[in-house]
Structure formats: C-alpha cells, structure tokens
Design a binder for this molecule. Sequence first.
Ligand code: ADP
Length: 396
Amino acid sequence: MKILVCNVGSTSLKYRLFDLTSGEDTLSEGRMERVGTQTGAWQHKDAGGETRKQTLPIPDYATGIRLMQEALLQRALPSMEELDCVAFKVVHAKGVTGVQLLDETVLSAMAAFHTVAPSHNPPYIAAIRQFQEALPNTPMIGSFETGFHASMPPKAYLYSVPIALYKDHAIRRYGFHGASHEYVSTRTAELMGRTDFKLISCHLGGSGSLCAIVNGKSVDTNLGFSLQCGIMHNNRCGDIDPYIPIYLMKDFGYTLEQIETMLNKQSGLLGMSGVSNDLRDVEIAAEQGNEDAKNAVDSYCYQIQKQIGSYAAAMGGVDAISFAGGIGENSTLVRRKALEGLEFMGILLDQTKNESAKPDCELTASNGSVRIFAIATNEEIVVARKAKAYLLSRAR
Ligand code: ADP
C-alpha cells in the first residue's frame, strides 16, 4: 500500500512517500521552503539515493505539487495511479476530528474555522484542492491534529465562560500537535518497555505544546480552541491576559486587524526578543548579552517548566518527560533550563547526556526517578498508519 503524506505550512510543503504493504518503508521524501516566491528551496531524496538540493521559483502550491510529482515518478513511483491515497496532517475543522475523507463537507468544516486557524487552514485547503485537481481518482484523507485529544475529560476541555459558548459555538479546548504527541507517547513506551505510565510530552517546534498523557491517552494539553495559547511560539503569543487586547482597542484605538497581526505574527520569541523567530538566533543574541533575547529564552523555558509542574499535579505524578520538535530535540539549553529546579520531583537531567543527545536517547541522571528522553518525532508515519487503517476499514 503506497501512501503519500503531505505536510502543508503557510510557505512550505513537506512530503514523504511510504510503502506500508508489509513493513514501513520510506520510498521518497522532500521539502520545499519559501513556496510563493521566485527563490524557493527544494530538497528531495529517494531511498538509497543522494539528497538533491536546488533553489528555483515555486510561485504556488500547484507548481510545488507538479515538481514533487515529477520527482516521485523518476524513481519511487511507476505512475501516480499506484498511490492508494494522499494523506494530510490537517489542523482544525468545526465539528469534525479524527481521520476523514477530505470531501466537500469536511473542507467546508475546515473553512468554517479559518478565523481560528488563519495560518493553517487556508493554505491546507488550497493545497488539498490542487491535489484533487492533479490526482482526481486518488482518495484524499485527513488526519486531524485534534484527534489525539478526544480523550480529554470535560474539566480539561471546558473554558470558564458561559456554557452557551460551548453549546452554541463549539468553543472548548481542542488541542493540537496530535500526531507528534501520539508518536512521542508510543516511542517513549517502546523505550520504557511499558505502556502504563504518566508522560509529559513536550512538542517544541516553531509552534509548541505540552500534553499530559496517562497510559497512552491525552488527558490535557495546553493548546486550546486555537493555536494562540499555551507556551509562547516562534511568533505567536501563547497565554496572555485576555484583557490586554480589550485595553489596547478601547483606550489606544488599536484595530482588530492590528491586534490579530500582533498576536499571530509579531509576538512569541520574535516579539519578545526583537531578534528572530528562530530560537537558534535568539540563543546566540542572549549569549552576546542582548537583554530582550535573554528574557525571551528565560520566559520560554519558565513557561515550559511551569506547565510540567502543572501536569505532574494534574496526573498525580509523572513517570517520564519526553522532548520533541526542532527545539525539544536539539536545544540543550531549553531542556536544561526547563528542568532546572525540578529535582525535588525526582526530575534529574544528566548534563553530559543532555549535551550530546542523539535522537531517541535517554537523558536521565542515575539518581533520577522520572525518566527523560529526547525523541525524533515522526508525524508522517502516524498519519500514514491512520490513513492505512482508514482505507482498510473502508474496504471491509
Ligand atoms: P515546525 O514547528 O515549523 O515544524 P520544527 O519542529 O522543525 O518546526 O522546529 C523548528 C524550530 O526548531 C526552529 O525555529 C528553531 O528555532 C528550532 N531549532 C532547530 N534546531 C535547533 C537547535 N540546534 N537549537 C535550538 N533551536 C533549534
């Protein structure tokens, strides 16, 4: 069974072609950055081959899809008809979650949440439509990022606002990064050699969230109705007092559009540091003495630390903490600072292991009782497995 998994960002397109017939083989993978410009960057690799890198115009997704198709047909796929489906790690839809055939009803439900996921839903819908045009006979399947959190209890997903907002407008905590938290949970269970444990999964990338997981099930997470809350993100604000926008609008004449742009594009690591939305740049600026950058890094780690404490309390303990995502996997500084001071909870990081962490390695000090891991997340395989299960259940 051949499944192409696509991960669509506002300016990027990542793809991985799997053969899940008997094992889990990756036949081909690639990523395009700066889609929508004349200076797009594309890298593509077939199994057993070299990585090919080039800079070229990728003015729109249609061009990106055509380039990807041509590359897949060179070696990995004899024809596009061989594809059993294209699967997408879709983000958010009104009244829809889990794994779905991406038909007009589901695309409309995604469009109904454009305001809630403005950076994610519009590019996804555009890309899905272009895939539908390019491959009219291939099923398009979506695995929603909210699906993994369907197990949260009402006390975790209800907001303390009039209950009519939940009943009439579906306003509740949904949570995101489901594919990554699910992968981290499964992979940590393999590394622990057991499935009955309390885990805090820290997915820290350009966008980040933490998830409290008991025996493999999400019981709480800190993204919510939208992706605007929780810890700060690369350029989104995370949790702030809801009266800040009201104050700015009423007393200083800020417009709704200004507030939206500020919270969605000019906040987080970028807004606090004034340096960059990339943590690597902010870490360097902080080392060089930039006070705003130092405060941004300190706040970022402090927010993670507080959330870890909160989830340990919510679960009545914690057995393991796993870090994933570009930051969770790579930043020794963030792991160290986020866990610093939590020794009283049995959380002890081995500093040498932390400095030389490799994907899927354990970082627990010998006297620590909570196990700590760095995990290379693999959201694509989670989406591919779900798409396969969906296709098999439909065939029955
Ligand atoms: P996305 O959430 O966009 O999919 P990733 O999970 O790949 O992104 O994470 C991207 C972020 O990871 C970058 O913005 C960068 O801040 C961070 N990052 C990657 N490598 C490092 C590193 N070695 N040290 C610190 N941060 C890193």
